[in-house]
Design a protein around this ligand. Sequence first.
Ligand code: FA5
Length: 378
Amino acid sequence: MWYKNLTFNANFYTLYRIFSAKSNKLSPFSVKTVVSQLSDLSKKAQDKMNSVNNFAGLLEFEKEFLGKKSELAKISRDLKNLPAEEKKEIGQQVGKLRQELTTFISAKKEEFSQQELAQKLAGEWLDVTKEIPRKKGTLHPISQIQQKVEEVFTSMGFEIADGPEIETEWNNFDALNIPAHHPARDMQDTFWISRENSDSHKNYVLRTQTSDVQIRKMLKHGAPIRLIAPGRVFRNEDLDASHGNVFYQVEGLLVDEGISLSHLKGTIETMLSEIFAKKVKVRLRPGFFPFVEPGFEVDFSCTLCEGKGCKTCKNTGWIEFMGAGMVHPNVLKNCNINPAKFSGFAFGFGLTRLAMMKFGIDDIRHLSSQKIDFLSQF
Ligand code: FA5
């Protein structure tokens, strides 16, 4: 290293000889003493340079060799006692040694700062090209199942229809062949918004079913018609694991010439087989809904036990699924469609409950819990 080549030793020896021989003003002993002090100091500094390996060591070194109480400072102060000629000669050597020590110290300071910076940067280094694992959001299980249902029905030529959640009493009940004091209105635990008018077109409810969309669309487009209407419905019910008071249904309607129950059965079997990705069978049991005649409760074969019987299907091999039937002639008439020419089927199932079945969710309340940990499992 450069500082190993300090030039003092030879120079001091020369100086020593000059002063020993020439000086008659200052005692040779004094010059000799200064020269040998400088020589020793230079050697000592060189020896220590190798062991300076950090900032603290460097500060100590600086203090020892260039500090106010250092030997060099002392020699500098003593220079004034030398005769002018010697003062100049020795002063130059003192200056040279000071310069070399200063150069060494600042070079080392720079070296240590670079090391410190490099260490700091190594600790703080950031790879901006690295992909940061991010928690991705997921679709709510109900949205997922709704998308799938829409996909299947669209592929069978059904239109996706929509309707308002605040509905007239007429669309939600009267047009669907549910007369004013019919118990079916109570069956659906209605949230009334206004009920005081004698004209049911002017009374409003939070819709209790998506069947209202059949009415709106048949009134607007007539027949033939083929639609599904997914949406939110509201019922003033006591809550438990399988009953919500805000939940989702899907209404289905197909009206055309020559439509029969076999079309209904085939349509529902196709939809469920697609949703569960396996062959699903459907059975119809007699059921009552004022807007269909005949009406049915529709079950499908348990997808867990393949119909053999398990806890989920209560050992029956069948899961209760939805209400359905052939559109009542009164409903067709209410929508200006000729029942002598057109017939159709309608069905309505709980989308929320279908999502529960598909994903094995045992409590409907989880679905509205907004718990990300729960919802992101699906
Ligand atoms: C109806 O709402 C009829 N509109 C269905 C219909 C349409 C029948 C067309 C015939 C022709 P129901 O009240 O049974 O039917 O409800 C249909 C489905 O909604 C039920 O099978 C069930 O899956 C779901 N459902 C009913 N009440 C609740 C509730 N409180 N919480 C969650 N899901 C419910």
